[in-house]
Design a protein around this ligand. Structure first.
Ligand SMILES: [Zn+2]
Length: 244
């Protein structure tokens, strides 16, 4: 059984990003492979991440205690989770599931939405949810745009795009885009953790993190495994059970 989104929204050609990193003789297993990432790039704490079992347990509560930060061009797919329904989730949508870090000054609708979810809704799990067929990311990876972009586009170019082009081997542009989407998701998790109101709750065990990348064509979710430092099938992550 596939666990993740219940419906796919095909848009552009599906990426084959993982094929280069986990070759399989059986193509039906391609979506069950890992996308290994460079461990030295990020500073994320493994014990602050949760699992699918954690999310299922959280969803048993009648409250809205799961926060999803999603890409606006991902449509309504994120409202269609297989393990829970929309009434349990607070949804924040923006450009490429981007989260401003604490070093940036000024008001941010995304940060305001996250603060509301944590302080007023008492969310226990935060999912940063990106997707492989992101039209924004595909646009931002074009070299001609580099000098003029600002905001989330500039962050994508300076971090995810730079890291992939400097540190990864890829054989085509779909692999390159897939890696950038994965790296961008981890950079946003780091930005999220840079805010004191998030960091304090993580350290006291009141919050758990989840990094997801969705394959738009299969609706399958790959989740970040902080031990393996890889994106892998959501159901394969062990339950860390930090929140009792
Ligand atoms: Zn997108």
């Amino acid at each position: 059984m596939v666990i993740g989104m219940q419906h796919a929204l095909p848009r552009i050609a599906p990426p084959s990003v993982a094929i280069a990193f986990a070759p399989s003789r059986n193509e039906t297993l391609i979506m069950y492979r890992k996308i290994k990432l460079k461990r030295q790039v990020h500073d994320l704490r493994a014990n602050e991440f949760g699992s699918l079992a954690d999310l299922r347990e959280t969803a048993e509560s009648p409250d809205q205690n799961i926060l999803m930060i999603c890409c606006a061009d991902h449509g309504l797919v994120v409202d269609d989770l297989s393990f829970t329904d929309q009434q349990h989730c607070v949804i924040v949508r923006n450009m490429a599931a981007s989260i401003p870090g604490s070093c940036l000054v000024g008001s941010s609708a995304t940060i305001n939405g996250i603060q509301y979810a944590i302080r007023r809704r008492n969310v226990q799990d935060i999912i940063v949810c990106h997707h492989f067929n992101c039209l924004l990311a595909a646009h931002w990876m074009k070299p001609s745009l580099n000098p003029v972009m600002v905001g989330p586009a500039r962050e994508f170019i300076q971090k995810a795009k730079h890291v992939v082009d400097e540190h990864y081997h890829y054989t085509n542009q779909r692999e390159r885009l897939g890696l950038m989407v994965c790296e961008h998701t981890l950079f946003q998790l780091e930005n999220l953790c840079s805010h004191d109101f998030v960091r304090n709750r993580l350290e006291s065990g009141q919050l758990r993190l989840h990094g997801w990348v969705v394959d738009d064509d299969t609706a399958r979710v790959l989740s970040f495994d902080p031990i393996e430092h890889a994106f892998t099938g959501l159901e394969q992550l062990a339950n860390q059970d930090r929140i009792s």
